[in-house]
Ligand binder design. Structure first.
Ligand code: SF4
Length: 66
């Protein structure tokens, strides 16, 4: 699953990655750091590639298995 690194997210804007998530797994309350719904995330990686701050990262354990 995707992990949000809130320290990399400036938390001052609407997350642009929300609109590229095909399942609606990425959610945001206000302009805070987004969260990932593990039930909905299919690990497609689109949000990771889209975030300009590299605040969204793949699960390291899973990444090592690929
Ligand atoms: S990896 Fe894909 S499904 Fe998961 S939160 Fe990112 S865009 Fe959505």
């Amino acid at each position: 699953m995707v992990v949000v690194n809130a320290r990399r997210c400036p938390q001052n804007h609407r997350c642009p990655s929300l609109r590229v998530c095909p399942t609606g797994a990425l959610k945001q309350s206000g302009i805070g750091a987004p969260t990932v719904d593990s039930e909905l995330c299919i690990d497609c990686g689109k949000c990771i590639a889209y975030c300009p701050m590299s605040a969204l990262v793949g699960d390291v354990r899973k990444a090592g298995q690929r």
